[in-house]
Design a protein around this ligand. Structure first.
Ligand SMILES: [Zn+2]
Length: 138
């Protein structure tokens, strides 16, 4: 795809590579405590719940819900405006959330509580997790 919007690429390191490259396999992964099952995002070296250092990346379903949304109309970086910046929450854990963009519908239609699913946009070796609306069924 030649028509990708500009994105600032994260610098990959041993702590975040699992997150930014999981999209190659279609997976959204977060660190999860292997002792108590708590998801840690952003990544931390030890679990804030139980103190364990046994944390490892695990894939989640990729389904989520818009927790908060704002529409950006200002051109900060030569990107495409307007676009929707959303905090997406996940059913796996009440406080597991990440900030991303919702694409695939007009940004003003993105609303709190909207069901979304992860999709990925590849830039070199970085796969950005983005979200698209889940088509209402039934
Ligand atoms: Zn734990």
């Amino acid at each position: 795809m030649a028509d990708l919007p500009f994105r600032v690429l994260p610098r990959l390191d041993d702590e975040n590579r699992f997150f930014w490259t999981a999209g190659e396999r279609g997976e959204l992964r977060f660190l999860r405590c292997q002792a108590c099952g708590y998801y840690l995002h952003p990544p931390l070296p030890r679990c804030p719940e139980c103190g364990s250092r046994e944390v490892a990346p695990e894939a989640v379903s990729g389904l989520g819900e818009v927790y908060s949304v704002t529409v950006n109309h200002h051109s900060w970086d030569g990107g495409r405006e307007p676009y929707a910046i959303a905090i997406v929450g996940f059913p796996e854990q009440a406080d597991l959330r990440m900030t991303s963009n919702v694409i695939g519908c007009p940004p003003e239609q993105v609303c709190i509580g909207m069901a979304v699913q992860v999709t990925f946009e590849a830039h070199d070796d970085v796969w950005f997790p983005l979200f698209t609306p889940v088509a209402a069924s039934g």
